[in-house]
Design a protein around this ligand. Sequence first.
Ligand code: CS2
Ligand code: MN
Length: 359
Amino acid sequence: MRMVFRWYGEGNDRISLRHIKQIPGVEGIVWALHDVPAGEEWPMHRIDEVKEQADRYGFNIDVVESVNVHEDIKLGLPSRDQYIENYKRTIERLAKVGVKVICYNFMPVFDWTRTELFKELEDGSTAMFYEKAIVESIDPMELVEKISGNPNLSMPGWEPERLKHLSKLFDAYKNVAEEDLWQHLQYFLEQIIPVAEQHDIKMAIHPDDPPWSIFGLPRMITNQENMRKLLSLVDSPHHGITLCSGSLGSNPDNNVVEMIYEFAERIPFAHIRNVKIYENGDFIETSHRTSDGSLDVCGIVKAYHDIGFTGYARPDHGRHVFDEECRPGYGLYDRAMGIMYLWGIWDALERAKQEDAKC
Ligand code: CS2
Ligand code: MN
């Protein structure tokens, strides 16, 4: 398991590389050029710049999260071909600085969706919360208005400049059923994966978060069966999954441990975090510790250990603790604690393996 940490970039992240360096066992940063709009080629000089910044601290930049997929590709519009070409150029450029894994997602319109970004937990910390009834009852356009007036609620996909286009996007998706979306993904993969192969980069799709359809938009990467279908679209070790325990695990029917065993060979990147699921379908992000949430994080790490996982892993969203002011889910302290918990389990398993070997 190679531990990495998401960093939003110089001037864009309050957390410094100097501080990340002090978290035990972190060997690289998970990065992206967050200001380059989806669909555009990433400029080489900007890529080089991140490489230099990381080099100063001895961090690798092996994992990129995300190279975002333009909506026209997901919608299957004729303009997609140009965006796919741009995507290929970005893959080629990332290969030049040694990138090994590209995480991306194929969710229509929105990345992860929550209804509250700073919901207070019993211990006084805050975390991201999903209230099912709100998402189910609200007209997305009403939610847009609510969010427009509240800067604290800004989420991926809900950026002010995108809000203006949202109604048009919703209209465009009216004609896209789940099966169409699968075909559009296949079209994309058939062109991208050969380029990834050529440059020895593993493409790792992130599951849908939450793993069910929201606001009437189709979603695909939601459960084990669909992941099987996903992997069968293109048969290549360069086509894999970012196995995100928290995204998939917020549906109690999903068994993340089983997924790790089944898809072992196709997981270049692991996101590990815990969520607490309520009976009514709401969920909140908790500390990484197994007993704090509904997921068996111990069992998840054990599964990675059992399969001899040599891929990259990062703590995913964390709580906001110690009064830290940070971007939702991406504070320093709780993710650092998460890492120590993951290493604690991993090291104990390693030790047990050594003791066993001695007997
Ligand atoms: C996050 C995602 O929801 C999550 O668990 O890890 O926001 C992830 O960064 C993107 O979907 C990757 O494209
Ligand atoms: Mn994730």
